[in-house]
Write a protein that binds this ligand. Structure first.
Ligand SMILES: C[S@@+](CC[C@H](N)C(=O)[O-])C[C@H]1O[C@@H](n2cnc3c(N)ncnc32)[C@H](O)[C@@H]1O
Ligand SMILES: [Zn+2]
Length: 256
Protein backbone atom coordinates (compact mmCIF):
# COMPACT_ATOMS: atom_id res chain seq x y z
CA UNK A 1 0.00 0.00 0.00
CA UNK A 2 1.44 3.35 -1.05
CA UNK A 3 1.44 5.98 1.68
CA UNK A 4 1.13 9.70 0.87
CA UNK A 5 2.60 12.67 2.68
CA UNK A 6 -0.02 14.07 5.06
CA UNK A 7 1.20 17.61 4.30
CA UNK A 8 1.50 17.74 0.49
CA UNK A 9 0.03 14.35 -0.57
CA UNK A 10 3.04 13.30 -2.67
CA UNK A 11 4.14 9.68 -2.21
CA UNK A 12 6.22 8.93 0.87
CA UNK A 13 9.41 6.94 0.35
CA UNK A 14 10.83 4.69 3.00
CA UNK A 15 14.30 5.29 4.42
CA UNK A 16 15.98 3.52 7.29
CA UNK A 17 14.37 5.38 10.17
CA UNK A 18 11.93 7.69 8.46
CA UNK A 19 9.61 8.26 5.51
CA UNK A 20 10.09 11.33 3.29
CA UNK A 21 8.31 12.94 0.36
CA UNK A 22 10.01 14.85 -2.46
CA UNK A 23 9.26 18.08 -0.64
CA UNK A 24 11.37 16.80 2.27
CA UNK A 25 8.51 16.45 4.71
CA UNK A 26 9.81 13.76 7.00
CA UNK A 27 8.12 11.38 9.45
CA UNK A 28 9.81 9.18 12.01
CA UNK A 29 9.64 5.45 12.33
CA UNK A 30 9.39 4.62 16.05
CA UNK A 31 11.83 2.09 17.46
CA UNK A 32 9.07 -0.53 17.59
CA UNK A 33 8.47 -0.02 13.87
CA UNK A 34 5.29 2.04 13.40
CA UNK A 35 5.31 5.25 11.37
CA UNK A 36 4.26 8.33 13.30
CA UNK A 37 2.11 10.61 11.11
CA UNK A 38 0.33 12.21 14.03
CA UNK A 39 0.67 15.97 14.43
CA UNK A 40 2.26 16.92 17.73
CA UNK A 41 -0.64 19.11 18.82
CA UNK A 42 -3.31 16.49 18.21
CA UNK A 43 -5.74 16.25 21.12
CA UNK A 44 -6.96 12.72 20.70
CA UNK A 45 -4.76 9.85 21.76
CA UNK A 46 -6.81 6.70 21.12
CA UNK A 47 -7.22 4.02 23.75
CA UNK A 48 -5.08 4.32 26.86
CA UNK A 49 -2.55 1.84 28.14
CA UNK A 50 -4.78 0.02 30.61
CA UNK A 51 -7.44 -0.80 28.02
CA UNK A 52 -4.85 -1.82 25.44
CA UNK A 53 -3.12 -4.16 27.88
CA UNK A 54 -6.39 -5.73 28.97
CA UNK A 55 -7.40 -6.27 25.35
CA UNK A 56 -4.05 -7.75 24.43
CA UNK A 57 -4.15 -10.17 27.39
CA UNK A 58 -7.73 -11.16 26.64
CA UNK A 59 -7.32 -11.61 22.89
CA UNK A 60 -4.14 -13.65 23.37
CA UNK A 61 -6.23 -16.36 25.00
CA UNK A 62 -7.93 -16.97 21.66
CA UNK A 63 -11.55 -16.32 22.64
CA UNK A 64 -12.14 -14.23 19.52
CA UNK A 65 -10.19 -16.40 17.12
CA UNK A 66 -13.40 -17.74 15.59
CA UNK A 67 -14.27 -14.16 14.64
CA UNK A 68 -10.85 -13.50 13.19
CA UNK A 69 -11.00 -16.68 11.11
CA UNK A 70 -14.43 -15.79 9.78
CA UNK A 71 -13.39 -12.27 8.76
CA UNK A 72 -10.30 -13.71 7.07
CA UNK A 73 -12.54 -15.78 4.79
CA UNK A 74 -13.55 -12.51 3.10
CA UNK A 75 -9.93 -11.48 2.45
CA UNK A 76 -7.70 -12.55 -0.43
CA UNK A 77 -3.88 -12.71 -0.50
CA UNK A 78 -3.71 -10.25 -3.42
CA UNK A 79 -5.80 -7.60 -1.60
CA UNK A 80 -4.49 -4.17 -0.74
CA UNK A 81 -5.97 -3.90 2.74
CA UNK A 82 -6.27 -1.27 5.45
CA UNK A 83 -7.44 -2.06 8.98
CA UNK A 84 -8.93 1.19 10.33
CA UNK A 85 -8.59 1.44 14.14
CA UNK A 86 -6.47 -1.71 14.29
CA UNK A 87 -5.60 -1.43 18.02
CA UNK A 88 -2.87 -3.94 18.96
CA UNK A 89 -3.13 -5.61 15.56
CA UNK A 90 -4.62 -8.87 16.82
CA UNK A 91 -6.75 -9.18 13.68
CA UNK A 92 -4.47 -7.25 11.31
CA UNK A 93 -1.55 -9.58 11.88
CA UNK A 94 -3.56 -12.63 10.87
CA UNK A 95 -5.23 -11.22 7.76
CA UNK A 96 -4.05 -13.08 4.69
CA UNK A 97 -3.67 -9.95 2.50
CA UNK A 98 -0.01 -9.65 1.45
CA UNK A 99 -0.07 -5.84 1.32
CA UNK A 100 -1.64 -4.39 4.46
CA UNK A 101 -1.66 -1.32 6.66
CA UNK A 102 -3.03 -0.86 10.19
CA UNK A 103 -4.03 2.63 11.37
CA UNK A 104 -4.78 3.73 14.93
CA UNK A 105 -4.26 6.73 17.19
CA UNK A 106 -3.15 4.70 20.19
CA UNK A 107 0.63 4.71 20.63
CA UNK A 108 0.49 1.86 23.09
CA UNK A 109 -1.59 -0.18 20.70
CA UNK A 110 0.78 0.42 17.79
CA UNK A 111 3.91 -0.20 19.85
CA UNK A 112 2.67 -3.67 20.57
CA UNK A 113 1.32 -4.23 17.05
CA UNK A 114 4.47 -3.18 15.22
CA UNK A 115 6.80 -5.08 17.54
CA UNK A 116 4.87 -8.30 16.99
CA UNK A 117 3.92 -8.07 13.35
CA UNK A 118 6.43 -7.21 10.67
CA UNK A 119 4.01 -8.18 7.88
CA UNK A 120 2.00 -4.94 8.26
CA UNK A 121 2.85 -1.23 8.03
CA UNK A 122 1.41 0.44 11.12
CA UNK A 123 0.54 4.15 11.03
CA UNK A 124 -0.10 6.36 14.03
CA UNK A 125 -2.81 8.55 12.55
CA UNK A 126 -6.48 9.39 12.78
CA UNK A 127 -8.75 7.16 10.71
CA UNK A 128 -10.69 10.25 9.60
CA UNK A 129 -7.90 11.64 7.40
CA UNK A 130 -5.84 8.86 5.88
CA UNK A 131 -2.62 9.22 3.84
CA UNK A 132 -3.91 6.93 1.11
CA UNK A 133 -4.94 7.60 -2.49
CA UNK A 134 -8.51 7.70 -3.81
CA UNK A 135 -10.01 4.55 -5.39
CA UNK A 136 -7.03 2.47 -4.35
CA UNK A 137 -7.91 -0.24 -1.81
CA UNK A 138 -9.48 -3.66 -2.34
CA UNK A 139 -10.51 -4.14 1.28
CA UNK A 140 -11.02 -2.02 4.39
CA UNK A 141 -11.77 -3.56 7.77
CA UNK A 142 -13.15 -1.91 10.93
CA UNK A 143 -13.68 -4.02 14.04
CA UNK A 144 -15.40 -2.48 17.12
CA UNK A 145 -14.42 1.05 16.33
CA UNK A 146 -15.68 4.34 14.91
CA UNK A 147 -16.59 4.15 11.21
CA UNK A 148 -14.88 6.66 8.94
CA UNK A 149 -17.62 6.56 6.30
CA UNK A 150 -16.38 9.23 3.90
CA UNK A 151 -12.81 8.01 4.01
CA UNK A 152 -13.90 4.43 3.39
CA UNK A 153 -15.82 5.45 0.28
CA UNK A 154 -12.97 7.64 -0.93
CA UNK A 155 -10.20 5.03 -0.55
CA UNK A 156 -11.99 1.93 -1.88
CA UNK A 157 -11.75 0.91 -5.52
CA UNK A 158 -15.04 0.46 -7.36
CA UNK A 159 -16.33 -2.95 -6.16
CA UNK A 160 -13.88 -2.79 -3.23
CA UNK A 161 -15.17 -4.29 0.04
CA UNK A 162 -15.64 -2.84 3.49
CA UNK A 163 -15.85 -5.40 6.30
CA UNK A 164 -17.50 -4.13 9.47
CA UNK A 165 -17.66 -6.07 12.73
CA UNK A 166 -20.09 -4.92 15.41
CA UNK A 167 -21.61 -6.55 18.50
CA UNK A 168 -24.86 -8.52 18.15
CA UNK A 169 -27.75 -8.01 20.63
CA UNK A 170 -26.64 -10.62 23.17
CA UNK A 171 -22.89 -9.91 23.04
CA UNK A 172 -21.51 -10.06 26.63
CA UNK A 173 -25.01 -10.15 28.09
CA UNK A 174 -24.04 -12.41 31.02
CA UNK A 175 -21.28 -9.99 31.96
CA UNK A 176 -23.77 -7.13 32.01
CA UNK A 177 -26.12 -9.24 34.16
CA UNK A 178 -23.44 -9.46 36.82
CA UNK A 179 -22.69 -5.76 36.83
CA UNK A 180 -25.97 -3.99 36.23
CA UNK A 181 -29.30 -4.23 38.06
CA UNK A 182 -31.13 -3.76 34.78
CA UNK A 183 -28.96 -5.09 31.95
CA UNK A 184 -30.11 -4.23 28.45
CA UNK A 185 -29.58 -6.11 25.22
CA UNK A 186 -27.45 -4.23 22.70
CA UNK A 187 -29.33 -2.18 20.16
CA UNK A 188 -28.52 -2.99 16.58
CA UNK A 189 -28.15 0.08 14.46
CA UNK A 190 -28.44 -0.32 10.70
CA UNK A 191 -25.38 1.44 9.44
CA UNK A 192 -25.64 2.92 5.98
CA UNK A 193 -22.61 4.28 4.15
CA UNK A 194 -23.18 6.64 1.22
CA UNK A 195 -21.72 5.16 -1.98
CA UNK A 196 -21.61 1.60 -0.59
CA UNK A 197 -24.23 -1.14 -0.50
CA UNK A 198 -24.53 -4.07 1.90
CA UNK A 199 -23.96 -7.34 0.06
CA UNK A 200 -23.79 -9.80 2.95
CA UNK A 201 -24.40 -9.92 6.67
CA UNK A 202 -23.71 -12.86 8.93
CA UNK A 203 -24.02 -13.47 12.65
CA UNK A 204 -21.65 -15.66 14.60
CA UNK A 205 -21.87 -16.59 18.25
CA UNK A 206 -20.02 -18.70 20.78
CA UNK A 207 -20.28 -19.13 24.55
CA UNK A 208 -17.10 -19.51 26.60
CA UNK A 209 -16.50 -19.98 30.31
CA UNK A 210 -14.09 -17.35 31.63
CA UNK A 211 -12.05 -17.28 34.82
CA UNK A 212 -11.87 -14.15 36.98
CA UNK A 213 -8.76 -12.69 35.33
CA UNK A 214 -10.10 -13.09 31.79
CA UNK A 215 -13.43 -11.68 32.88
CA UNK A 216 -11.84 -8.56 34.30
CA UNK A 217 -9.68 -8.09 31.21
CA UNK A 218 -12.76 -8.45 29.04
CA UNK A 219 -14.61 -5.85 31.06
CA UNK A 220 -11.69 -3.40 31.01
CA UNK A 221 -11.44 -3.53 27.22
CA UNK A 222 -15.12 -2.61 26.70
CA UNK A 223 -16.70 0.86 26.68
CA UNK A 224 -18.63 -0.21 29.83
CA UNK A 225 -15.42 0.18 31.78
CA UNK A 226 -15.61 3.99 31.70
CA UNK A 227 -19.35 4.11 32.29
CA UNK A 228 -19.49 1.95 35.41
CA UNK A 229 -19.21 2.97 39.07
CA UNK A 230 -16.51 1.43 41.28
CA UNK A 231 -19.21 -0.35 43.35
CA UNK A 232 -20.56 -2.03 40.23
CA UNK A 233 -17.06 -2.84 38.96
CA UNK A 234 -16.26 -4.54 42.28
CA UNK A 235 -19.07 -7.04 41.68
CA UNK A 236 -16.73 -8.80 39.26
CA UNK A 237 -14.25 -9.62 42.03
CA UNK A 238 -16.57 -12.26 43.54
CA UNK A 239 -17.02 -14.24 40.35
CA UNK A 240 -14.73 -17.25 39.84
CA UNK A 241 -16.22 -18.40 36.57
CA UNK A 242 -18.82 -17.16 34.15
CA UNK A 243 -20.16 -18.41 30.84
CA UNK A 244 -20.28 -15.43 28.48
CA UNK A 245 -21.78 -15.11 25.00
CA UNK A 246 -19.61 -13.64 22.26
CA UNK A 247 -21.98 -12.59 19.50
CA UNK A 248 -20.92 -10.65 16.44
CA UNK A 249 -22.36 -9.28 13.26
CA UNK A 250 -20.07 -9.19 10.25
CA UNK A 251 -21.41 -6.86 7.56
CA UNK A 252 -19.88 -6.76 4.09
CA UNK A 253 -20.31 -3.61 2.02
CA UNK A 254 -19.31 -3.05 -1.58
CA UNK A 255 -18.48 0.25 -3.22
CA UNK A 256 -20.90 1.05 -6.05
C1 LIG B 1 -12.36 -1.12 20.78
S1 LIG B 1 -10.81 -0.74 20.02
C2 LIG B 1 -10.78 -1.95 18.72
C3 LIG B 1 -9.37 -2.27 18.26
C4 LIG B 1 -9.26 -3.45 17.28
N1 LIG B 1 -9.98 -3.18 16.04
C5 LIG B 1 -9.75 -4.70 17.94
O1 LIG B 1 -10.92 -5.06 17.72
O2 LIG B 1 -8.99 -5.32 18.68
C6 LIG B 1 -11.09 0.79 19.24
C7 LIG B 1 -9.83 1.39 18.66
O3 LIG B 1 -10.17 2.57 17.95
C8 LIG B 1 -9.10 3.48 18.09
N2 LIG B 1 -9.61 4.80 17.70
C9 LIG B 1 -10.67 5.47 18.19
N3 LIG B 1 -10.85 6.64 17.54
C10 LIG B 1 -9.87 6.72 16.60
C11 LIG B 1 -9.51 7.69 15.60
N4 LIG B 1 -10.19 8.81 15.43
N5 LIG B 1 -8.44 7.42 14.82
C12 LIG B 1 -7.73 6.28 14.97
N6 LIG B 1 -8.03 5.33 15.88
C13 LIG B 1 -9.07 5.55 16.70
C14 LIG B 1 -8.68 3.32 19.53
O4 LIG B 1 -7.37 3.81 19.77
C15 LIG B 1 -8.79 1.80 19.69
O5 LIG B 1 -7.56 1.15 19.41
ZN1 LIG C 1 5.16 16.27 1.67
Amino acid sequence: VNICCPVCHLPLNKYEKCYKCENKHSFDVAKEGYLNLNRKNSQSTGDEKEMILARKNFLEKGYYQFLRDKVNEYIKPEDKLVDLACGEGYYTKAFKANDKVGIDLSKNGLKYASKNDKSTIYLLNTIFNNPIEDNYLDTIVTIFAPIAKEEIRRMLKPNGKFILVKPDINHLFELKQVIYDKPYLNEIENITIPGLKIIDEIKICKTCTLNNEDLRNLFTMTPYYHKTSQTDKDKLNDIDKLAVSFAFIIAIYEKE
